[in-house]
Design a protein. Structure first.
Lengths: 111, 114
């Protein structure tokens, strides 16, 4: 069966510090991978998606970036965090254009 | 722009009653719809989906209804249980157009009263 992992589960970072969140998927190959952000009490906002190694599509201009160094690894990064980057970050995967399966999420607090 | 929204932000139901969560969408090109359940501090969990060539689909204790005429989607939960308490999101996609983007509504919080 397929599983998706995210770490860390929680993170507290000062403004201006760098960020690296990691997502890995097991049990499948060549998945589509997604990064979402969810503000408190709100819906999910798509940040990036990737259909293959090295292929990244950005949906929202911001100070975040994404990379896919391996088939089942998706990384969300920032060089300098802003207060507004606080939120719940979710990674998801699918094989086609159907339902996406979500990871457990990372709670990021920028102080 | 076009988006997916929800009629009710919160819903409280008695344990054992049926729950109905509603969702309105405005993108007539959307052809694939999903309901997710999200418990506090966790990622969304897939519940059920439906394509635009259907108007009803049933799962275990859940039914999704799609009314394309009025662009309305609903999730019915039979015999609601305390474990059903969560935030429910609808999402839409133009899968037929090759879109990778799911557009999510804001969510409805379901509270089950024991």
């Amino acid at each position: 069966s397929q599983t998706i992992h995210q770490w860390p589960a929680t993170l507290v970072q000062p403004v201006g510090s760098p960020l690296s969140l990691e997502c890995t998927v097991e049990g499948t190959s060549n998945p589509n991978l997604y990064w979402y952000r969810q503000a408190a009490g709100r819906g999910l906002q798509l940040l990036f998606y990737s259909v293959g190694i090295g292929q990244i599509s950005s949906e929202v201009p911001q100070n975040l970036s994404a990379s896919r160094p391996q088939d089942r690894q998706f990384i969300l990064s920032s060089k300098k965090l802003l207060l507004s980057d606080s939120g719940f970050y979710l990674c998801a995967w699918n094989r086609g254009l159907d339902e996406q399966f979500f990871g457990p999420g990372t709670r990021l607090t920028v102080l | 722009g076009e988006n997916v929204g929800l009629h009710l932000p919160t819903l409280s139901v008695q344990e054992g009653d049926n729950s109905i969560i509603n969702c309105a969408y405005s993108n007539s090109a959307s052809d694939y719809f999903i309901w997710y359940k999200q418990e506090s501090g966790k990622g969304p969990q897939f519940i059920i989906d439906i394509r635009s060539n259907m108007d009803k689909r049933q799962g275990q204790r859940v039914t999704v209804l799609l009314n394309k005429t009025v662009k309305h989607l609903s999730l019915q939960i039979a015999a609601t249980q305390p474990g059903d308490s969560a935030v429910y999101f609808c999402a839409e996609n133009m899968a037929g157009a090759g879109s990778y983007q799911l557009t999510f509504g804001k969510g409805t919080k379901l509270s089950v009263i024991p």
